[in-house]
Design a protein around this ligand. Structure first.
Ligand SMILES: Nc1nc2c(c(=O)[nH]1)N[C@H]1C(S)=C(S)[C@@H](COP(=O)(O)OP(=O)(O)OC[C@H]3O[C@@H](n4cnc5c(=O)[nH]c(N)nc54)[C@H](O)[C@@H]3O)O[C@H]1N2
Ligand SMILES: Nc1nc2c(c(=O)[nH]1)N[C@H]1C(S)=C(S)[C@@H](COP(=O)(O)OP(=O)(O)OC[C@H]3O[C@@H](n4cnc5c(=O)[nH]c(N)nc54)[C@H](O)[C@@H]3O)O[C@H]1N2
Ligand code: SF4
Ligand SMILES: [Mo]
Length: 753
């Protein structure tokens, strides 16, 4: 008997349909059984009728009730009583908390101006309302600094947009029809599990699955083949594939002629990319590159799933742009089961969010304070450490500069120091790069920090006030997906735990306390969501109504099924074609053609090449500082992709999941380990010029030699030395979109005892 039948048959329970709020392309629809008498949620499962969820949640969210009813859930507002970072707080009432926060915010705004207030948020929930809906109303009303939310996907996104025009492409269902699937920089079985049934369906019909990744992930092991590659070098592989495809005339000349722009200069460009050259850079053998190019052009339909792993490197934007040229070159877009998927979020690009954000819709008087003044500055979230610095030159560096033509302001134009930081849906003390700089900022006594949270996270430890927020079981929302075509409604299933309030309710209260009487702060959550749904007039949302969402729980964006967006061109680029040559890129300061942009860690190789002869293997005694010469050669590239049982830092405080992951690990290749005298289980010190962290070594050839892998993201406070891997990650920006370069870094690794 299915769970829905089981619980529906019993009077004691109600069943409520909702949506998983997490940052995951699958955006599952769930159902929750609630005991009518106690009001407690007793079971949760995946919605059987949702075509992507197919009745299954992942292992993490299957346990969402354990997280919701976790003994350490925050249930009352807290005020700091100890030093910043100590985690010492006293419970207080909501009125006192809201009044205290409003008082401090008012004083910051009066003394330093509204830009001294910085919101900091990311992906705790991707809901329209509890994500940025009410928060945007609030921070726009203040005129606060804006935040460029760049940490995850900006580089790849930009690269894709320059080439294709919008974040659209294959949908998960289409993968079932492919004969070749390249899973490129994605650990599907961990981070995009609901794609896998479609991959398996393709295999049942003879489809081949190839994973291109520096690590033999569980996905790579489940695939037909793993092609190990050096991190950040994927662009070179794609260029060489194009070299072979064009050189052997395996491209689809008629598709190329009709629907692409710049084939001739592309052909000229890739002529220099013979596979032997790419083999040197990528570590993929020449013959394998040639064969891969043949397979890609000839096994049709051919599908590519790229995820964000491969674009967290300096050249990530260009790498995604280059790979994204492949399906147009071979005409893969023509076929059901051919093409590429990075994100499906562009399906929603015609969504009208002005009402949601109460922006410029002529009805709500939210912008009156701002009309005559220029837009507030925008801070790049990757550079939080710089943003919190009192040094104007560093603050200037934190300004968002997504393209090469965007200039850094002079220090005297950087604007006021950040004096108030309001964090929601995010755990920057653990997830943001250059943790040392972030913590130094958070430790500032003159910085007023408010954190809206479910738990006393690493970040909450630095707050002046911690406000208890509701979980997805306790509030309304609507969710988009970046992996499929469905919008999903979340209804609250239970009353808020303790005194928790939703983000929307908290920002409403803060607005009232600041004296903002705008009507947009009076609307209830349901009113806002219903109005948002009813405001949609684009044909992509035909048939979408609030009643329908209430009835079904989800709605498929109105595009054909199957959806082959570029079978006949129609690329939403300026030229209407897939742009191998992009004039927009030239204007923005980039090379207009696909090229190889090396990762920063490869500067190690450049350093090597300046040394006349390679040094003999240096011996480093455990704990010793490497010699200056060894310095150059001992470093390893370090990547820190998601651990299977955590979702960034979410769930990394649930005992069951900590147990499953064991300890904060460093996976290291046997060659690299032997050289350093490291064996599995050893404690190792992983460090660079930015910081250091202690991890437990796992010696394994599941990671290529020359690269180490630290599954993330552990809470620093639950780690042996109170630090996590972001101690060593750089806050530098990627080539495009000023995105996060979290996986492009060199470290030294030594055994500590
Ligand atoms: N269980 C779980 N699921 C998640 C998350 C999580 O933390 N845990 N995170 C969610 C979030 S926020 C996101 S953004 C999505 C997307 O998630 P992503 O961040 O894209 O993560 P993965 O799908 O694990 O893909 C990363 C893979 O890329 C590989 N990789 C790293 N560098 C390179 C490279 O240069 N080239 C190539 N070819 N491969 C490389 C890594 O070894 C890893 O296997 O997943 C979401 N889903
Ligand atoms: N080294 C390294 N660093 C990384 C990554 C990596 O792979 N390696 N991944 C990066 C990526 S891809 C991403 S997307 C970021 C993610 O970084 P974050 O956006 O910080 O994501 P989480 O760590 O999941 O933390 C989200 C927090 O939001 C809280 N939250 C959830 N729902 C709500 C709500 O409704 N209200 C409020 N107030 N709070 C809520 C959760 O309790 C949780 O503490 O991390 C990045 N950092
Ligand atoms: S985290 Fe992803 S796979 Fe897991 S329930 Fe949520 S949407 Fe589904
Ligand atoms: Mo992400």
């Amino acid at each position: 008997m299915s769970k829905i039948d089981l619980y529906s048959a019993r009077d004691a329970y109600t069943v409520v349909t909702g949506a998983c709020p997490h940052d995951c392309p699958d955006t599952c629809s769930w159902q929750v059984a609630v005991d009518k008498t106690s009001g407690r949620a007793v079971d949760i499962w995946g919605h059987a009728d949702h075509p992507i969820t197919q009745g299954r949640l992942c292992g993490k969210v299957d346990r969402y009730l354990e997280r919701t009813y976790h003994a350490e859930r925050l249930t009352k507002p807290l005020r700091r009583v100890g030093p910043k970072g100590s985690g010492q707080f006293e419970p207080i009432g909501w009125e006192e908390a809201v009044a205290g926060i409003a008082h401090r915010l008012r004083s910051v705004i009066t003394t330093y101006g509204p830009e001294a207030v910085l919101p900091y948020s990311y992906s705790g929930t991707l809901g329209f309302l509890q994500g940025e809906g009410m928060a945007t109303r609030f921070f726009n009303r203040i005129g606060a600094s804006r935040l460029a939310r760049t940490i995850c996907s900006e580089a790849g996104f930009e690269g894709y947009l320059y080439t294709i025009g919008a974040a659209e492409g294959m949908l998960p269902e289409d993968f079932a029809h492919a004969r070749l699937i390249l899973i490129w920089g994605s650990n599907t079985l961990t981070s995009n599990q609901h794609l896998w049934p479609f991959v398996q369906a393709a295999r049942r019909q003879g489809g081949r699955v190839v994973v291109i990744d520096p690590a033999a992930t569980r996905t790579a092991k489940a695939a037909d083949e793993w092609i190990p590659i050096r991190p950040g070098t994927d662009g070179a592989l794609a260029l060489a594939m194009m070299h072979v495809i064009i050189g052997e005339k395996l491209h689809d000349a008629s598709y190329v002629q009709r629907y692409t722009l710049g084939f001739d200069p592309l052909a000229e460009r890739v002529r220099a990319w013979d596979p032997a050259r790419a083999a040197q850079i990528t570590g993929v053998p020449t013959q394998r590159i040639v064969a891969l190019a043949h397979e890609y052009a000839q096994l049709r339909p051919a599908a590519i799933r790229i995820n964000y792993g491969l674009q967290r490197h300096y050249g990530g934007g260009m790498a995604v742009r280059t790979i994204t040229c492949l399906p147009a070159l071979t005409g893969a877009w023509r076929e059901h089961g051919g093409g590429i998927q990075l994100s499906s979020s562009g399906l929603l690009r015609h969504l009208d969010k002005s009402g949601l954000y109460a922006e410029d819709d002529g009805k709500l008087p939210i912008h009156h304070a701002k009309e005559s003044s220029p837009a507030p500055r925008t801070i790049n979230m990757n550079r939080l450490g710089d943003a919190l610095s009192l040094e104007p030159a560093l603050l200037a560096r934190a300004h968002y500069r997504p393209r090469p033509i965007d200039r850094m302001p002079m220090p005297d134009q950087a604007g006021p120091p950040v004096k108030a930081l309001i964090v929601y849906n995010c755990n920057p003390a653990a997830v943001a790069p250059d943790q040392g700089a972030v913590l130094a900022g958070l430790r500032r006594n003159d910085l007023f920090t408010v954190v809206l949270e479910h738990f006393q996270t690493d970040t909450a430890d630095y707050a002046d006030y911690v406000l208890p927020a509701t979980t997805q079981l306790e509030h309304w929302d609507i969710h988009r997906s970046y992996g499929h075509a469905w919008l999903t409604l979340n209804r609250p299933a239970i009353a808020p735990v303790g005194e928790a309030l939703s983000n929307s309710a908290i920002f409403r209260r803060l607005a009232t306390a600041l004296g903002y009487s705008d009507g947009c702060f009076d609307e209830t959550d349901e009113q806002i969501l219903r109005a948002f749904v009813e405001a949609q007039t684009h044909e992509r949302f035909a048939g979408l109504t609030w009643e329908r969402l209430l009835r079904d729980g989800f709605y498929r964006v109105n595009v054909p099924d199957p959806y082959l967006p570029f079978a006949q061109g129609n690329f939403p680029t300026p030229s209407g074609k897939c742009e191998f040559y992009s004039a927009r890129m030239a204007q923005d300061g980039y090379d207009p053609l696909p090229t190889y942009t090396a990762p920063k860690w490869q500067e190690r190789e450049e350093k090597w090449s300046t040394i006349d002869s390679q040094p003999s293997t240096p011996h480093v005694a455990a704990g010793d500082q490497p010699s200056p010469l060894a310095d150059r050669t001992l470093q390893l590239a370090c990547i820190s992709p998601p651990a299977h049982s955590f979702l960034n830092t979410t769930f990394a405080n649930v005992p069951r999941f900590i147990q499953r992951e064991g300890e904060p690990l460093l996976c290291i290749h046997p060659d690299d380990a032997a050289w350093r005298g490291i064996t599995s289980g050893d404690r190792v010190r992983v460090y660079n010029e930015r910081g250091e962290v202690e991890l437990i070594a796992r010696v394994t050839d599941d990671i290529i030699s020359g690269t180490v892998l630290a599954p993330g993201v552990w809470w620093a406070k639950f780690s042996p030395d109170g630090r996590n891997i972001n101690q060593i990650t750089p806050a530098d920006e990627t080539d495009m979109g000023a995105g996060g370069m979290l996986y492009d870094v060199l470290v030294w690794v030594v055994r500590t005892h």
